[in-house]
Write a protein that binds this ligand. Sequence first.
Ligand SMILES: O=P(O)(O)OC[C@H]1O[C@](O)(COP(=O)(O)O)[C@@H](O)[C@@H]1O
Ligand SMILES: [Mg+2]
Ligand SMILES: [Mg+2]
Length: 335
Amino acid sequence: MSPKISLTRYLVEQQRIDGHIPPELRLLIEVVARACKSISQAVNKGALGDVMGTAGSENVQGEIQKKLDIIANEVLIEANEWGGHLAAMASEEMDSIYVVPNRYPQGEYLLMFDPLDGSSNIDVNVSIGTIFSVLKKSEGDRGVEESDFLQAGNQQVAAGYCVYGPQTTLVLTVGDGVAMFTLDREQGSFVLTEENVTIPDDTQEFAINMSNMRHWDEPVKRYIDECLEGKDGPRGKNFNMRWIASMVADVHRILCRGGVFLYPWDKREPEKAGKLRLMYEANPMSWLIEQAGGAATNGKQRILDLQPTRLHERVSVMLGSKNEVERVTAYHSGL
Ligand SMILES: O=P(O)(O)OC[C@H]1O[C@](O)(COP(=O)(O)O)[C@@H](O)[C@@H]1O
Ligand SMILES: [Mg+2]
Ligand SMILES: [Mg+2]
């Protein structure tokens, strides 16, 4: 049996052999992974720990925060602020950026995260996760500002998520393909279980919240209608549907076996570009999908080329198997 390769060894090889990542970034990723391990332990406690239910407070998105949203946010802040690799952090659960206090060494990276993704599934024992994205701080000595974070997704230097499901799995890219690490609870460490993950260009499985159908725009309606017509329709093949309502779990399924995920703009809140957030949901997931051979657009443009204007900006998301994403994107330009 091939020797178990730990996350640390994998990253050291990425650093030393492939020269893909500087030592500081490697150390930052290890700290994020350790934080995810602690969050996984809190999640596993469930009703045995004081982690279920709402916290009663509201976040900048206007959502009622769950206790685990706040616990996960605090774990990530505490783990990363003293490590010396970061200049600042931003989170779905914090209105503005968190600048690393100057009693700690200042690093050159910016970390963004969705500390707990799939919050509506926390109390019903369905897979949830943490999503993260790393950018470089711009050169110069001036203090970090929110504008430093407003970089296009194609500027990410690392991106990943950790899914807390039957297994705890960390999925990562530093621009050299996608690797998956499973938490070995006995050892307490992440072990490499999949490397150079690739997703098929074609698929017969789509993921969308069908209950929003009457609110969708024509191109999305057409695309889903054709999938539902199956082999009797213009697609000539049957499609299956899945919707876990945890983006991290729906995307993980796609990285494991292909598929297409859509959370498009809809008429419920026409002034919003979509439900999901560009900086710490769509950008990291889009880079992972592209690194695995897939595609990700907002229906019109490659998500990674979008220039952000606000920290908590929302975006329409279509990602997964390349040929399906290209098809639904083509429908948006009237083809
Ligand atoms: O409940 P809906 O409308 O299907 O939305 C589900 C989507 O909302 C989310 O839960 C939003 O993320 P958060 O849980 O981090 O707020 C996604 O994970 C998921 O894809
Ligand atoms: Mg989320
Ligand atoms: Mg969240």
